[in-house]
Write a new protein. Structure first.
Length: 264
């Protein structure tokens, strides 16, 4: 295992705590939901899960910085935990089980902070995925009960399964023509959205996926899982990592061709 084994174990403890909190309020008839300034929803469960994770980190890693979707940035230093307490809040508040807590540790290096640990926990689906740098990517119920992840070997767009979130984001950015050409040329398309397409790329059940606008907390955990499974994760600009404000993930074999469609 890498030097991040203890951090990965901690990330699982954080995910366990968040799972308990979010599942307790999932489908609750009295769930409180507000609208944030960016017009996206936030539930009491989002806030409670992030507060819970921050509390654990304050006790276990008091010197590390924390960045979360709901409560912003706290602290400075070479190590930073990045949290999305519920990725897929719109699904969560409507009772759709496709949502997850995303937890990542990023470490400062050349080119800025880079993800070295990632855990994606989707308790309503009964699934969890994780990875640590140079240690492989896995899925299962625990660190001791896991299956190693490996991306697909599909080498042609015409044979590829493509997952995306929606059409509207591509249209708003004037990128719909290339996106539609891709959907016509690939074998299969499905609009899964949020964290799930990246996990399916890592599992090898989907070959390519992309989203035109994302925040760091949407991507950080996904990056290390996809890459440790043998895939590639970049922005639409082709720059590796989660810092481009958008995401393209693939099995690696199809990545340059995928970028060609979306950049056109």
């Amino acid at each position: 295992m890498s030097d991040y084994h203890d951090d990965l174990r901690l990330a699982h403890v954080l995910a366990d705590a968040a799972d308990a909190a979010t599942m307790d309020r999932f489908k609750a008839l009295d769930l409180k939901v507000e609208t944030k300034p960016d017009m996206t929803p936030v539930s009491e469960a989002d806030k409670a899960a992030e507060e819970l994770i921050r509390g654990h980190l304050q006790r276990a890693r008091p010197r590390d910085a924390v960045l979360g979707e709901e409560f912003g940035s706290d602290g400075t230093g070479p190590r930073r935990w990045v949290i999305d307490p519920i990725d897929g809040t719109k699904n969560y508040v409507r009772g759709v089980p496709v949502w997850a807590t995303l937890i990542s540790l990023m470490v400062q290096g050349e080119g800025g902070y880079q993800p070295v640990v990632g855990v994606v926990s989707a308790p309503a689906l009964g699934r969890r995925w994780w990875a640590a740098k140079d240690s492989g990517a896995y899925t299962g119920r625990s660190l001791t009960s896991a299956t190693r992840l490996q991306v697909s070997r599909v080498g042609r767009i015409s044979d590829a399964s493509f997952a995306y979130s929606s059409l509207s984001g591509w249209e708003e950015r004037g990128m719909l023509p290339g996106f539609l050409d891709l959907t016509r040329d690939c074998w299969r398309t499905r609009g899964y959205g949020d964290f799930w397409p990246y996990m399916m790329v890592a599992e090898g059940s989907v070959d390519i996926c992309a989203e035109p606008e994302l925040s760091l907390w949407d991507m950080a955990a996904n990056v290390v899982i996809v890459e440790e499974a043998g895939g590639r994760f970049t922005g639409l600009d082709g720059v590796p990592g989660p810092h481009s404000g958008n995401a393209v993930a693939s099995n690696g074999l199809l990545h340059d061709e995928l970028l060609g469609y979306l950049q056109s």
